[in-house]
Ligand binder design. Structure first.
Ligand SMILES: *Cc1c(COP(=O)(O)O)cnc(C)c1O
Length: 487
């Protein structure tokens, strides 16, 4: 622990009897309201007792210890940490959005339902799908929803033997997890040396017990699956469906549509591609799109257009069920639509090419010092297998930590699992040439110091309150409360 940079916890600032609030006097009746005994706690809550300036300073200073895309470059591969325009926040902060209640009568929320329906249609157009639901709350939740649609489709044809889902070994961990949640067995498909799916291995595993193939394209290696037409044809010939994990849709915007590639069901991470601030677990939305013929299996409730143009909310007869209490994470949906409308078709179509250009620019500016395991251009992200010259013993973890001293967030490390020293970088289209160059300079400096002064890099970071926690202990027995810390 770096003592100089340590700021005390609010519990350490607490002094018995100190407080920072005053409540107005209760003057509605003589007798104060008594909460019934069964709802009252037996002991006092263990809360810090502090004055108002202490609270304000505590939160202001703590927020400075946080790193977000608003504080600096955040090249986290697989997560698309792009800048989120503030106009989106203004849209959801407006009273006619912020003050809505989900239980309001539908004739009082026609505008909100119109936002919902407009976004469904925009995503259908972008994805090349017939219909979308906006109900799921996250990418993984979307995967689960999509797989339940696929299950309902096979069941509707009394095709009960389809209990297996094929997942490439390079897939995001949520893919096998969601398939298991949806009640399927998972079968892993091998990757080739260039990081793409091994089509022969895939074909050998296709039969009448397979419900779907889940794919990410560009895949987690940042490579476009160029055999996608052959793969889709083989999967469909076996009677299975194609599922598209659209968390990586960013490089495809304006360039290609999953529906045109042969995918039947897909999800989109609005919080990655369509610009909602995310990280640390939320908030998000994982809308699910389906090709024509599968619409009726989408989850309830649905927003439906009446003959007079008004919108209503109702349940469909063939829906597999529900995945959300209401219609989804509404503020995230509003931000996504605001983003799509402010960009318009012209600038949306530049997202894919620019994010791809930025990734290739960084990759080609560093691949003399970092090991590029897959030759050729990448899409929106790429993976290095650590430093080229590993003689100083400097690892990917050391490089990632050294970046923190320069004000950059670390890239994704040790994922994907295909390489031992994975360092996965996704710059996104929202960064300027100057930012990319500054990052490249620092990465080159770190690589050179890894040779000339490896111990210096191994000791980094030097400017953060904590620099070398015990990785295993931090993951297995995290101290999450002040009480844990005091033990
Ligand atoms: C982020 C991501 C997911 C999961 O999305 P969540 O919203 O975190 O559940 C799934 N697949 C890929 C490829 C991703 O990058």
């Amino acid at each position: 622990m770096n003592k100089e940079l340590y700021s005390p916890l609010i519990f350490e600032l607490s002094r018995e009897g100190r407080s920072g609030y005053s409540l107005p006097e209760y003057h509605y009746s003589d007798k104060p309201f008594e909460l019934p005994a069964q709802f009252r706690r037996g002991d006092k809550p263990d809360l810090p007792q502090v004055d108002e300036p202490t609270v304000v300073r505590h939160y202001t200073n703590s927020s400075g210890n946080n790193f977000g895309v608003d504080s600096g470059f955040y090249p986290l591969g697989s997560c698309t940490m792009k800048y989120n325009p503030k106009v989106n926040e203004a849209m959801v902060g407006a009273a006619n959005v912020a003050d809505l209640h989900p239980a309001q009568p539908y004739d009082t929320v026609q505008g909100a339902l119109r936002i919902y329906r407009t976004l469904e249609k925009a995503l259908s157009e972008i994805g090349g799908m017939a219909e979308f639901t906006l109900n799921p709350f996250a990418g993984a939740h979307g995967e689960y929803t999509g797989l339940m649609v696929i299950r309902a489709y096979h069941q509707s044809r009394a095709d009960e033997a389809r209990k297996r889902v094929l997942v490439p070994d390079s897939a995001h961990g949520t893919n096998p997890a969601s398939a298991a949640m949806a009640g399927f067995e998972i079968v892993e498909i091998k990757s080739l040396a260039d990081g793409t799916v091994d089509v022969e291995d895939l074909k050998s595993k296709l039969d009448e017990t397979v419900a779907a193939l889940m794919m990410t394209n560009p895949n987690t290696m940042g490579m476009f699956e160029k055999n996608i037409p052959e793969i889709a044809a083989a999967v469909h010939a076996a009677g299975a469906l194609m599922y598209y994990d659209g968390a990586n849709l960013n490089p495809m915007l304006g360039v290609a549509r999953p529906g045109d590639m042969g995918f039947d069901v897909m999800h989109i991470n609005l919080h990655k591609t369509f610009s909602t601030p995310h990280g640390g677990g939320g908030p998000g939305a994982g809308p699910v799109g389906v090709r024509a013929g599968l619409e009726k299996f989408l989850p309830n409730p649905r927003v439906v257009e009446s003959a007079d143009g008004s919108l209503r909310v109702e349940d469909g007869e063939f829906a597999f069920g529900r995945v959300s209490a209401w219609l989804g994470n509404f503020t995230v949906l509003v931000k996504a639509l605001a983003y799509i409308l402010t960009m318009g078709p012209k600038y949306l179509a530049e997202v894919g090419p620019l994010s791809t250009l930025n990734a290739n620019y960084i990759m080609n500016s560093l691949n003399d010092l970092y090991l590029q395991p897959i030759a050729g251009p990448c899409k929106h992200e790429f993976v290095f297998d650590g430093l080229k010259d590993k003689s100083g013993g400097v690892t990917t973890l050391n490089v990632a930590k050294a970046l923190l001293d320069y004000g950059f967030h670390a890239p994704t490390i040790y994922f994907p699992l295909l390489f031992h020293e994975s360092l996965m970088i996704e710059p996104t289209e929202t960064e300027s040439r100057q930012t990319l160059d500054a990052f490249i300079d620092v990465m080159r400096k770190i690589a050179e110091e890894a040779k000339s002064d490896p111990d210096k890099i191994k000791g980094a970071p030097y400017t953060t309150p904590i620099s070398h926690p015990d990785e295993d202990e931090a993951a297995l027995t995290p101290l999450l409360t002040y009480r844990d810390l005091k033990k």
